[in-house]
Design a binder for this molecule. Structure first.
Ligand code: A3D
Length: 319
């Protein structure tokens, strides 16, 4: 038997990161979890608190926390949730300048201390920050991906289930594109127990649900008053982590580098991928309805603008 231990690090253990850490401990996927935050004592405190839930919840994962980057050493998976969340009325793109500086520092440390890891990015603006991690770490494209599509799809499934009065488990759906106002819920492939959604709900109703999905994050931000959603985002990250660690070959929408797929080139955007031990094992390309393909490409154009700003920041930092 191999004595190789599986290790995950979460960088930024605020609301999303802390919830991910607790979920991952409960899921018993790793031998070791490292929690890193600039607020070192808070990370230490969360590590202690989550450890102490172990005897009750039935896990004995070794959990450490602090502000030392060394804690990340030799991680198999690094989850990046360091950054500032949105305030009411703020767009995700407005976070770019502040969060880029954080992502830059984090990426350099990942490159140095966890050079073989698979990195899952959560920090907003999501697609552009995932691109920044990809550029700065220099990792191959299969090892850098962003979480957004799983969350957006979960929100879409929830709203559809409420409207239909059925279990959300029986709704199979896909939300593609950028994590923002231009996201594209793919109605033509959404089914309820195998039945196409467009046969069950009128167009007007579907449009309302699509709109609510697009504002899903903002709706929570407005209600929380401080900070943004964290339970559903954390659950979504954990679904991706499980698919990778257990080599499940799950088909999930993730923000990944497109190189020609769907007519999109050089841009990180949400598309369906197969997730397994190698991270992003494959992008699944399938024929979309013309209006949906156009919407996806429009979403990619919007992401490109933010990605260009990241390029300018990277260039600026070289001088
Ligand atoms: P919050 O609770 O503020 O946690 C962020 C943590 O990052 C804090 O504990 C900070 O101390 C820490 N931090 C800041 N700078 C650094 C640094 N340089 N190194 C290490 N740690 C640092 O925010 P949150 O957990 O609610 O959100 C975190 C990020 O995730 C934000 O950018 C959110 O916008 C984003 N987010 C994305 C989604 C998606 O669906 C993509 C969903 C929810 C949140």
């Amino acid at each position: 038997m191999s004595d190789r231990k599986l290790k995950a690090t979460i960088v930024g253990v605020g609301m999303v990161g802390g919830t991910i850490a607790s979920n991952l401990a409960i899921m018993n996927l790793f031998d070791e979890l490292a929690l890193i935050d600039v607020v070192g004592d808070m990370a230490k405190g969360k590590a202690l608190d989550i450890s102490q839930a172990g005897p009750v919840m039935g896990y004995d994962t070794h959990i450490v926390g602090g502000d030392s980057w060394e804690l990340m050493k030799n991680s198999d998976i690094v989850i990046v949730t360091a950054g500032v969340p949105r305030k009411p009325g703020m767009s995700r793109e407005e976070l770019l300048g502040i969060n880029y500086r954080i992502i830059q520092e984090v990426s350099k440390k990942i490159r140095e201390l966890a050079p073989n890891s698979i990195v899952i990015v959560v920090t907003n603006p999501l697609d552009a920050m995932t691109y920044a991690v990809y550029k700065i770490t220099g990792f191959p494209k299969n090892r850098v991906l962003g979480m957004a599509g799983v969350l957006d799809t979960a929100r879409f499934r929830t709203f559809l289930a409420w409207d239909l009065g059925v279990s959300a488990k029986d709704i199979s759906a896909l939300v593609l594109g950028s994590h923002g106002d231009t996201m594209v819920p793919i109605l033509s492939y959404t089914t309820v127990g195998g039945i196409p959604i467009e046969k069950l709900l009128p167009q007007q109703k579907l449009e309302k649900i699509v709109e609510r999905t697009k504002r899903g994050g903002a709706e929570v931000v407005e209600l929380l008053k401080a900070g943004s959603a964290y339970f559903a985002p954390a659950a979504s990250v954990c679904e991706m982590v499980e698919a990778i660690v257990l080599n499940r070959k799950r088909v999930l929408p993730c923000s990944v580098l497109c190189e020609g797929e769907y007519g999109i080139n050089g841009i990180f955007i949400g598309v369906p991928v197969v997730l397994g031990r190698n991270g992003v094992e494959k992008i699944i390309e399938f024929p979309l309805r013309e209006d949906e393909l156009k919407a996806l490409q429009k979403s990619a154009d919007a992401t490109k603008k933010v990605q260009d700003e990241v390029n300018a920041l990277i260039e600026g930092n070289k001088e």
